[in-house]
Design a protein around this ligand. Structure first.
Ligand SMILES: O=C(CO)[C@@H](O)[C@H](O)CF
Length: 562
């Protein structure tokens, strides 16, 4: 019998861009089971790359909804075959890639409520015609059956827009114009209009496929779609993921009638009412009880977005900042009060309904670090580190901006170097260039985080994750620039683990037990770097120069600020 028999636990799911993942976490908050299904590798018949289809226009990006359903079937069957004891699952929650949307066809709720435990989910949610397996010739079923025909029994469209889509610029401008401009929309919903945000995607569907829109009884986010499968009914959208739609008023947590009206008619009835992210949205459906042995009382806690779930998984607290140093660098901030601007995003906080979280994306993350490493440090991280060790804090006043692709925060492209006298120069010595890159990346993060309301507090800590968080010299610069100790935490499964933690928190629903209390037994992050004495004085002056020079570059490249 599997060693995890008889262990009372919660499950955490993550329906991310490239895979569906699950973890089982016991009452001591130890992860004792995990599994995943990779779309590209394990569901070849859908023909995705990175879990998505990039359409010929290069802007439209979708994922097949039935692929997500089939991935869940596979994981559950693998868990069952491994002897996983589903009867011990007290509650489950999950995460989904943010902003993506699923369009349930009229009648889907009846199908969800009457699933036969003798069949797999995808066999009952797809059209009567089964999806063709890839024949030996390798012809994709899409060649045989146009994509639009698959998955229509329960879904108005079978290919769902996801966060990588950037085809809705016109809809973004329409939405901003309706509510009085980009800043007005940001103050209302936490973000100016972004192409990937769900409201703009719904507007595009309504404008370009009004029949599909009219046949839609419910619109889910990826998170609430996944919750619906477990519930056997339409799950509500939670406040935190709902604040990534350009539709939810983040202060009073209700749909903005102005935004709904700007996107599509009768939209509120298709979305349902949003709920606090810690809500128990119901008990698991009888399908899972009968087919897998879940206890009938197993609670389903509202699913949320992957980034909010990661914030929970990292146990970020008020005043903390999480820095994910990946392909692009992402900052999560815990905010008491929202200070929406024209960059970054303010979402409702997933673990404290009174507070918020901010998210900032920096596109030139490890892409730039690896390019400079290859160009100047013989493609060696140890050589890269030697440069940081051999140059001093503040880099003798030399400053650099390194954006080989158009940066998101802020919108600058190119490499720009400045001497201590603020004169633009064409090159730096190799070690000065490496320090200028890393100091510049982290000064930008501090400046833009402060623009979103971040303030260093006495007990502030930075939680670093992602590839570059394994380089101690890079983390030392991060600690020095922010004047804050840097901790590292393994967050490979942060969205899953955060979802399991939220499931435990949901069990305490109604008792006002704070999330931090529920997760206090979780493994603590490890201190990786403390600020060097004198660092604050060095970077206080440098940060001011950096901000001024950033504005200079912006003015040169796009004209004076509005
Ligand atoms: O668009 C994003 C956040 O706004 C991405 O991080 C997606 O959530 C990734 F799934």
């Amino acid at each position: 019998m599997a060693e995890h028999a008889g262990r009372r636990c919660c499950l955490g799911w993550d329906f991310s861009t490239q895979q569906v993942k699950v973890v089982a976490v016991d009452a001591e908050l130890n992860v004792f089971y995990e599994d995943s299904v990779h779309f590209d590798r394990d569901l070849l018949e859908f023909g995705t790359q990175g879990g998505v289809h990039v359409h010929e226009d290069g802007l439209t990006v979708t994922s097949p909804v039935l692929m997500w359903v089939q991935a869940l079937d596979i994981i559950l069957e693998k868990m069952k075959a491994s002897g996983f004891d589903f009867s011990q699952v007290l509650a489950l929650s999950g995460a989904g890639q943010q902003h993506g949307s699923v369009y349930w066809k009229a009648g889907a709720s009846q199908v969800l409520a009457s699933l036969s435990p003798d069949l797999l989910l995808h066999e009952q949610l797809q059209p009567s015609r089964t999806l063709l397996r890839v024949p030996p010739s390798g012809i994709s079923p899409w060649d045989v059956m146009p994509p639009g025909d698959a998955g229509k029994a329960c879904f108005s469209i079978s290919d769902c827009p996801v966060w990588m889509d950037s085809s809705t610029t016109a809809q973004c401008r329409q939405l901003e114009a309706t509510v009085g401009g980009a800043q007005a929309l940001s103050c209302l919903t936490g973000s100016r209009a972004y192409e990937r945000f769900t409201g703009n995607q719904i507007a595009k569907l309504y404008q370009q496929n009004p029949e599909a829109y009219s046949h839609t009884e419910r619109i889910s986010l990826v998170s609430s779609f996944a919750a619906s499968l477990f519930l056997g009914s339409h799950s509500p959208i939670d406040y935190s993921d709902g604040s990534g739609m350009n539709l939810l008023r983040i202060q009073d947590k209700v749909w903005s009638q102005a935004c709904l009206g700007a996107c599509a008619p009768h939209l509120e009835e298709k979305l349902g009412l949003p709920v606090p992210s810690c809500s128990v949205v119901g008990a698991i459906s009888s399908y899972f009880v009968q087919r897998y042995g879940f206890p009938p009382g197993c609670k389903v806690v509202a699913f949320t977005g992957d980034n909010p779930a990661s914030l929970a998984g990292m146990r970020l607290e008020e005043g903390d900042i999480a820095v994910s140093l990946g392909t692009s660098d992402t900052l999560f901030l815990w905010l008491q009060e929202p200070t929406p601007t024209l960059e970054g995003h303010i979402f409702c906080n997933p673990v404290d309904p009174q507070h918020y979280m901010a998210l900032l994306c920096f596109k030139n993350g490890s892409l730039m670090r690896e390019k400079i490493r290859d160009e100047l440090a013989s493609s060696s991280w140890s050589e890269f580190s030697k440069a940081l060790q051999s140059t001093e804090m503040g880099n003798c006043g030399n400053l650099g901006f390194y954006f080989d692709v158009m940066e998101i925060t802020p919108e600058i492209i190119g490499r720009h170097r400045f001497s201590a006298e603020n004169h633009e120069v064409s090159a730096f010595p190799w070690d000065v260039e490496i320090r200028a890159l890393i100091e510049g990346q982290f000064m930008a993060k501090k400046i833009h985080a402060e623009g979103l309301g971040y303030r260093v507090m006495p007990k502030t800590k930075i939680l670093a994750t992602g590839g570059a968080s394994h380089n101690r010299d890079i983390l030392q610069v991060l600690a020095d620039v922010f004047g804050t100790p840097v901790y590292v935490i393994d967050t490979a499964n942060s969205a899953c683990v955060g979802s399991a933690y939220r499931a435990f928190h949901g069990l305490a629903a109604g008792t006002d037990v704070p999330f931090s209390e529920v997760v206090k037994l979780a493994p603590n992050p490890r201190l990786a770097a403390a600020p060097t004495p004198g660092a604050s004085q060095v970077y206080e002056a440098l940060l001011q120069r950096y901000a001024i020079l950033e504005q200079r570059i912006l003015t040169q490249t796009r004209g004076p600020p509005e």
